[in-house]
Design a protein around this ligand. Sequence first.
Ligand code: PMV
Length: 295
Amino acid sequence: MLASAPGKVIISGEHSVVYGKHAIVTAINLRCYVNVRKANRVKITSELGETGIDFEVHPYVSWAIKLMEKRVGKNLTPEIIIKSDLPVASGLGSSAAVTVATVYALCKEYELEFELEDVYEIAKEVELEVQGKASGIDPFVSTYGGSWLMPEKERFNFDSEILLVDTEEKGVTAEMVRRVYDLRKKYPELVDEIFDVMDIITLKIKEALESKDYESIFELFRMNQSMLKAIGVSTEKIDKITSKLERLGYPAKITGAGGGGCVLSINPGKSKKLEEFKVISTIPETEGVREEVVQ
Ligand code: PMV
């Protein structure tokens, strides 16, 4: 049984969402593919290696098997092969995508009765086991696909090409969240003002995306990036890349926690080349987890 689930990008609202503000998040057409076959013992194969249940090398898949076993009340011993379009630890939701696809494929392979809601709930539990703390946004978007305003879970349409530039630096989400927490502790009124501004920016970006008002999208991205820099989650490399992209006509911002990872811009249909960057071109994906035909 082969299943796939999409990755995601945060278009706006990273960090401020932790403090109750809005965020816009969309599934993208880069997927993680998980093949599950009933077998006599657990074998998990990915670019990270070949293991049995292994909470170090394959924490998400191992926890998915364990939590599924708890639900069905018996041992599961699948062989699982993982292939992914998504770079790991770049803020593109690769962990959620592998988890959602694994849970879905296990349900189907073992002919368990389930709804999509169950897949989301189990994937969210897996994320909590591995990370200790999580908003659940990534498994939600990976399960259902589409573009969403959070926390309302209001689905909306947008289909512009998203450009991602990998900074090739690895940002650690927990560390960045902690940094913002500390800054807010020191300057509560100031940082809360910044979050309020980010909230307004996020809501305006949603409107601009829906109406394909690229001029406004770019102005708002520029303001959003300035706020992210103000709360200390940008880096020298991100600053360099975003100013270069802006000069080329593509104002860009961090997507995700920052400290590295990817920066994001939108292609308003220009044909201008961005050869000097390692650009990942992607589009919003309306479909969430699904069964794939084995070739
Ligand atoms: O880097 P990512 O994709 O894990 O996104 C983190 C987003 C934050 O707002 C910084 C944290 C969160 O839990 O929402």
